[in-house]
Write a protein that binds this ligand. Structure first.
Ligand SMILES: [Zn+2]
Length: 121
C-alpha cells in the first residue's frame, strides 16, 4: 500500500494531448483533473463565447466541410456546452480544449481540459 503524503500530486492524465495540469486545485466532482469524471471519446478546440452560467461555458467549434459540387470548403460552426471547473476557470474569448465525457446535465457532455490561449487584451 502506498501512503499518501500531505501534498496531493496530480497525475498528468492527458499527457498524450501535450497539456499540463492546472496549478490550482479544486474539489469539483466533475473536474477532469481532481474529480472522478472519466474523459473519453472526442476532443475539440474551440473558443468560449459565454461564461455567464455557473461552472459552464459555451464553446463554438469551427470546422470546414467540403462541398464536392463546387470543390470548395464551407465553414460550419457548432455550439456546445462544456463544464468549466473552478481550477481552470475559462473566460469569454479563451481558446480551450474540451473532451467528451458522459452526460453531466441535459445539455452538457463535455468538459474543459485546459486553456490553450488566453484572450488577448
Ligand atoms: Zn480541478
Amino acid at each position: 500500500m502506498v501512503k499518501s503524503s500531505g501534498k496531493a500530486e496530480v497525475k498528468n492524465k492527458f499527457k498524450f494531448l501535450g497539456i499540463n495540469p492546472p496549478k490550482k486545485t479544486c474539489n469539483d466532482e466533475y473536474c477532469p483533473w481532481h474529480g472522478k469524471i472519466t474523459v473519453r471519446g472526442r476532443f475539440f478546440k474551440g473558443i468560449v463565447v459565454s461564461d455567464k452560467m455557473e461552472k459552464t461555458v459555451t464553446v463554438v467549434i469551427e470546422r470546414f466541410v467540403k462541398i464536392p459540387k463546387y470543390e470548395r470548403y464551407m465553414k460550419k460552426r457548432t455550439k456546445i456546452h462544456a463544464h468549466n471547473p473552478p481550477c481552470i476557470n475559462a473566460k469569454e474569448g479563451d481558446l480551450v480544449l474540451v473532451g467528451e465525457t458522459r452526460k453531466i446535465s441535459k445539455t452538457k457532455s463535455f468538459v474543459v481540459l485546459t486553456i490553450l490561449k488566453k484572450k488577448e487584451k
